[in-house]
Ligand binder design. Structure first.
Ligand code: NOJ
Length: 739
């Protein structure tokens, strides 16, 4: 009797849940068709000029912004911020323009709006999509409180060349890690419901291949096979779109000779065709006009025609769509249906954002959201997770809080502004906790914290080195803070040299020569070539450009109040001559290897082929032991899966978090395959002595490759699977995929 009742209750719960899910899906569908009819309704009432106006994004600085908005010639404004300012402009659009269409306000919210988190490359070093999602949610709350409903993020460009300054803005060199992060950003920005006033639209950029710029020089040409593009560069975009990203930015570069602002292959064929993307594409900054410099358009009119035909829906800053499209349509050069499609896409997203129903921002929110204590605390935690312990000889770290005298040396030790990094939204230097402040807060009142700058980040003066040496000599331990200024990475900040800039290495050498124990904290937005430091400095912490809580996070790690768990999302080369150097390269017919220190192999005669620190690398204050790699079977059906597990044990004396990484190698395939490829990863937190079996489910679909006929298939045959702490270590087993 009791059992029958339980069954009834279970059936009822199931029925209620199923009908709730069904009605949710139905509501979503209703909402969609309602939006489509509102879009069509509006479109019917629009003149050609008003249509072109929706495609026009203008810069807030322009002198005639108010008038342009009032006459309906603006669809989006970039860089107007603050509820008061944005509401004022929105009132002009809604109250004065003929069709009352609200403006979409955009801003580069890349790693925080006012609460600035570590730069995206550092965020990727957390290998923690949840942390990235949290960062993006906080960014959305703050930005939307300031009137912004559209951010130009995430940047998902794979970057294998640290000379390229924009490597700091992305998630590094790996497709799977980048894809996981791309989806996390989108979930965080857009939330479950885009029409929630605290959600902002994501813009996945730069479509596509931008990170492969020749010579690492920003905006430079890109030439690559379609196979490479689809295998390595496109999946993170797809992951962002699958997570719901509603806009895409085309990239500045040419791809195989065609500028991506006028590339029908990437935009119409792949994005809007194969991937069935319903949102809109925005150009990059004046990149439609730049088609003239690329030499594919002779004037602005032709540039506009090429861009709209290829599938760019909105003109960022150029003003040429608004100027030329109405006539291009009138004269029949551009079909009106092409213009209508672009307008529909933009209006659709404005409706989805709920802008027509609630166009204004509650001005009280700004006060509540910006730098809210919970946001600042999150910035500290995420920064802790992002830092990578590169070296810790003799367990120099963590430092004891009872150390009597600490010397803090280097140009970035008391810096605030540079820790913000690049693209730091509305971040302010005064919000930043410097490393000096972070360390001081850890020490008892009677401890001595000495400071000497030594040298500047950039420059040739070595005058300050003797003072730094004298300061170091008085200390029990020296903490050096060296690296790059915030603006030395990011857009248009490519470097031809990857060492510590200026005279910083000279300073480092002089301090190490004192014989004092030295801890090096690195501040930088890209991998640096730090071979000398790696050889001579006992402890190195990669702190990246860590944001407003950088100083606290560094201090938390240095003194062991937090445990380092970050892993490199990019390979660190030994020297710039090895670049591009990435872990998932092909084998070549002459693979380098231990026996290959002779001629006629794919290496260098004057440098080893190995990196200084491999992709996925990072130490902890404890040690993890891997054992017992097991597969659920050694055969996988072509559409099947297998389970791969490994036992991970904390064999040290402190708690710690390990990022367990799974790599696969397809041994024989019709198309040469990388020596290994990351397929999955998991975080495990283990108390001292504790062990856990970490299990991955590997699906045949994760093994698919673009074959000789450019079909995406899982090849039968032998594979190896390796699980380990980074891309260069691990235990390996073999399995086969059946035909
Ligand atoms: C140019 C950059 O390439 C892009 O990433 C950015 O979003 C836009 N400018 C807008 O600032």
């Amino acid at each position: 009797m009791v059992r029958a009742r339980t069954r009834w209750a279970a059936a009822l719960i199931f029925f209620l849940l199923a009908s709730a899910a069904w009605s949710q899906a139905a509501t979503k569908q209703d909402k969609k068709s309602d939006i489509e009819s509102r879009v069509n309704e509006l479109l019917k009432r629009m003149t050609l000029e008003e249509k072109a106006g929706q495609l026009n994004q203008i810069l807030f600085d322009e002198s005639n912004v108010d008038a342009a908005i009032g006459q309906g010639s603006v669809g989006s404004v970039v860089n107007a911020t603050g509820a008061e300012q944005v509401n004022r402009l929105q009132h002009i659009a809604v109250d004065k323009s003929r069709l009352h269409i609200p403006i979409l306000f955009a801003y580069d919210v890349i790693h925080g709006y006012r609460t600035i988190f570590p730069v995206p490359l550092a965020l990727a070093a957390t290998w923690n999509p949840q942390a990235v999602e949290r960062m993006a949610r906080i960014s959305a709350k703050e930005a939307s409180a300031a009137g912004i409903r559209w951010t130009f993020s995430p940047m998902v460009d794979i970057a294998r060349d640290p000379r390229w300054g924009r490597i700091a803005e992305g998630s590094g060199e790996d497709t799977v890690l980048d894809s996981a992060m791309a989806a996390a950003y989108v979930r965080g920005y857009q939330g479950d419901d885009l029409s929630n006033p605290a959600s902002i639209a994501a813009c996945v950029k730069h479509f596509a291949g931008y990170g492969a710029a020749e010579g690492g020089r920003d905006y430079n040409s890109v030439d690559m096979s379609e196979r490479q593009l689809r295998t390595v560069y496109l999946p993170p975009f797809k992951a962002a779109l699958d997570a719901g990203a509603v806009t895409v930015m085309s990239s500045f570069n040419t791809l195989n000779g065609i500028p991506n602002t006028a590339n029908p292959f990437t935009l119409r064929h792949v994005l809007k065709g194969e991937w069935n993307f319903h949102g809109f594409v925005v150009s990059d900054w004046r990149s439609i006009i730049e088609l003239i410099s690329h030499g594919v358009a002779s004037d602005e009119q032709q540039a506009s025609q090429e861009a709209i035909t290829a599938g760019v829906d909105m003109d960022m800053i150029g003003g040429v769509y608004y100027k030329y499209l109405p006539d291009l349509v009138r004269t029949g050069v551009v079909p009106e249906s092409v213009l209508d499609d672009a307008v529909r896409r933009i209006l659709r997203i404005k409706f989805e954002l709920g802008l027509f129903d609630h166009p204004y921002t509650d001005p009280r929110l700004e006060q509540r959201e910006l730098l809210a204590p919970a946001h600042v605390e999150a910035a500290r935690q995420v920064a802790q997770e992002s830092m990578v312990l590169l070296k810790n000889d003799g367990a120099l770290l963590p430092l004891s809080k009872t150390t009597k005298t600490i010397a803090l040396i280097g140009p970035l030790a008391d810096d605030q502004a540079d820790l913000l990094g690049n693209w730091f939204g509305k971040g302010e230097a005064k919000d930043v906790v410097s490393i000096m402040e972070g360390i001081r807060a850890k020490l008892p009142a009677d401890a001595r914290l000495l400071h000497s700058r030594g040298v500047d980040v950039v420059g040739t003066s070595v005058e300050g080195i003797p003072d730094a040496v004298a300061t170091a000599k008085q200390a029990d331990v020296v903490v050096m803070v060296l690296g790059e200024k915030g603006a030395m990475s990011g857009e248009a900040a490519s470097r031809a040299h990857l060492g510590l800039p200026g005279k910083q290495e000279e300073l480092l050498q002089a301090i190490v020569a004192t014989g004092k124990p030295v801890v090096l904290v690195l501040i930088n937005g890209r991998p640096l070539t730090i071979q000398w430091a790696a050889d001579h400095v006992p402890a190195i912490l990669e702190a990246w450009l860590p944001g407003i809580q950088g100083g606290n996070a560094v201090a938390d790690l240095l003194f062991g109040d937090a445990d380092p768990s970050g892993k490199l999302p990019v390979t660190f080369p030994r020297t710039v001559g090895q670049v591009p150097l990435y872990y998932n390269h092909l084998n070549t017919g002459r693979p380098p290897g231990p026996k290959a220190d002779k001629k006629y192999f794919s290496g260098y005669i004057d440098e080893t082929y190995t990196p200084l620190f491999p992709f996925g690398y990072g130490l902890s204050y404890t040690s993890f032991q891997y054992s017992g790699l097991k597969l659920s079977g050694d055969q996988m059906e072509n559409s099947g899966k297998i389970e791969v597990s490994v036992d991970v044990k904390n064999v040290g004396t402190r708690a710690g978090t390990e990022i367990v990484q799974l790599y696969v190698h397809d041994l024989v395939a019709p198309v040469a395959q990388p020596v290994e490829e990351l397929k999955d990863f998991q975080r495990v937190k283990l108390a001292p002595g504790a062990a856990k079996t970490v299990t991955f489910t590997l699906h045949a679909s994760q093994l698919a490759i673009w074959d000789r006929d450019m079909k995406f298939v899982t090849e039968p045959g032998k594979y190896t699977v390796t699980i380990g702490p980074n891309s260069a270590e691990g235990d390996t087993a073999t399995f086969s995929v059946n035909r």
